[in-house]
Design a protein around this ligand. Structure first.
Ligand SMILES: [Ca+2]
Ligand SMILES: [Ca+2]
Length: 453
């Protein structure tokens, strides 16, 4: 890194490390968040610029849009390395920033005073298409130790495609207004096999450990479909939520970090793995999660640990989803109960009615109530809502594995409750069900066959 860039990086990274890292958040505080670190000579100049830019846009909107008891409108923060010697991104609101990365992370921040945040939704518009529900992420749940992770939405992008991202922050009282749109376009300049193939992050299985004993998080089973990439992967572990402050310690192996839990409870970590292209971080893998449950005595025959298989499960409308509680540790004779805690209801209807009434017989093209993504809000969307009113029909709701078929693109939140006759434990899982039209963004783009030989 040249001295001027190094100096600029240090001065700017100091300035932005706090808003990006969310270090004042209770629980899950890491020593340094990965995107605040220098990455092999690359500096997050555009990230810094967008933070400032988006903060400026949101101040005006939040004041007008707040609902009582609902979190503030989130601010979207793209998380990706930016090449020091690369193109300078324009920050004018009318310009479309161009990115040359396939895998991208977005995080978001809520304004102050938002109260308890439960989950956040992200919507995407691809080129000139309709607004599509893409995914959701848990952020905080009262009484269950889930803290705002700063959100972490992953997506893959396609060359010569423009995208616009919005978000809402939600709790049991409802959802905030949509954030300001974040538009960008993707343009790739290289198509070697390294650049075409996106790595796969592998965290190892969920585990139950003893409080006070060091835990190793090992990502070395991660791989790239293009074999030669594997030895050059960049690994990024981050705490997703935890019952206490967590420090991840680096080891000699770049794939391995360690920590020591001092409090009983669930520690969830996320991992993404990236290619190196000419020394630069390039593709990001899909995010993988791992849950470490710390208990006083892992060998206790009466040990009860609920694990709903989350925290997040991706799904496609019309396809059956399995709710898998089999990673739980359960004494014989215990009872199981799965329950949806965000059934379709009046708020969904009110949102649709507002959009429907906004036009002359059909609502606006860009609406979160356009459930069938045909570009308008009309009677067909109302019919979909009416036919899916209330909780979803669950098969096996009193068994270790339950299932359902999502019909509406939206988040489905489930609580797994297990009771052994003397005590109960719960865990939460969020199923994000998007329309097939949004599936491309959840899967890496195709590659030339010779790259896989
Ligand atoms: Ca690759
Ligand atoms: Ca529609």
């Amino acid at each position: 890194m040249n001295p001027h860039v190094r100096s600029l990086y240090h001065s700017l990274s100091q300035r932005v490390s706090r808003p990006l890292a969310g270090q004042d958040r209770p629980g899950c505080r890491t020593a340094a968040w990965p995107w605040a670190k220098p990455v092999h000579g690359y500096v997050p100049l555009a990230i810094i610029a967008f933070v400032i830019f988006l903060h400026g846009m949101t101040v005006a909107r939040t004041a007008a849009g707040a609902q009582p008891g609902v979190p503030d409108v989130p601010v979207i923060l793209p998380q990706q390395p930016v090449q020091a010697a690369g193109p300078a991104y324009s920050l004018a609101a009318t310009d479309l920033p161009e990115f040359s990365w396939r895998g991208m992370l977005f995080s978001a921040q809520h304004g102050s005073g938002g109260g308890t945040v439960l989950f956040d939704n992200v919507y995407v518009r691809i080129d000139d298409g309709p607004m599509l529900y893409l995914t959701s992420n848990l952020s905080q749940e009262v009484g269950n130790g889930m803290w705002d992770p700063g959100l972490l939405w992953h997506q893959f992008t396609r060359d010569q495609t423009s995208y616009t991202i919005w978000a809402t922050a939600c709790n049991s009282a409802g959802c905030s207004e949509l954030s300001d749109p974040f538009p960008f376009a993707t343009v790739y300049t290289g198509f070697s096999c390294t650049e075409q193939t996106v790595p796969i992050a592998v965290t190892g299985g969920d585990r139950i450990v003893k409080v006070g004993e060091q835990v190793t998080l090992d990502a070395s089973e991660s791989y790239d479909p293009y074999g030669p990439d594997t030895e050059n992967l960049i690994y990024r572990w981050a705490c997703f939520f935890a019952p206490e402050e967590v420090t991840l310690n680096d080891t000699e192996d770049p794939a391995v970090v360690t920590f020591t839990p001092e409090t009983e409870g669930k520690y969830r970590f996320c991992l993404n793995v990236r290619d190196q292209v000419d020394g630069a971080a390039y593709n990001r893998s899909e995010i993988a999660y791992v849950t470490i449950t710390a208990v006083a005595d892992p060998d206790d025959p009466d040990l009860l640990v609920a694990n709903a298989g989350g925290p997040v499960v991706q799904a496609i409308t019309g396809q059956e989803v399995i709710l898998d509680g089999t990673k739980s540790t359960v004494p014989a004779g215990s009872t199981w109960q799965w329950m949806q805690i965000n059934p379709v209801g009046k708020e969904d209807l009110a949102g649709l009615a507002m959009d429907f009434g906004a036009g002359s017989g059909a609502g606006p093209a860009l609406s979160t109530s356009d459930y069938n993504a045909d570009g308008v809000v009309d009677g067909s969307d109302l019919a979909l809502l009416a036919n899916n009113w209330g909780e979803v029909a669950l098969s096996g709701s009193d068994e270790a594995m339950a299932s359902f078929t999502p019909r509406l693109p939206r988040p489905y939140l489930f609580r797994l409750s297990i009771n052994d006759g003397t005590q109960g434990k719960t865990d939460l899982v969020l199923v994000s069900a998007h329309l097939p039209a949004a599936t491309d963004l959840a899967t890496p783009p195709g590659v030339d066959s010779e790259c896989l030989e």
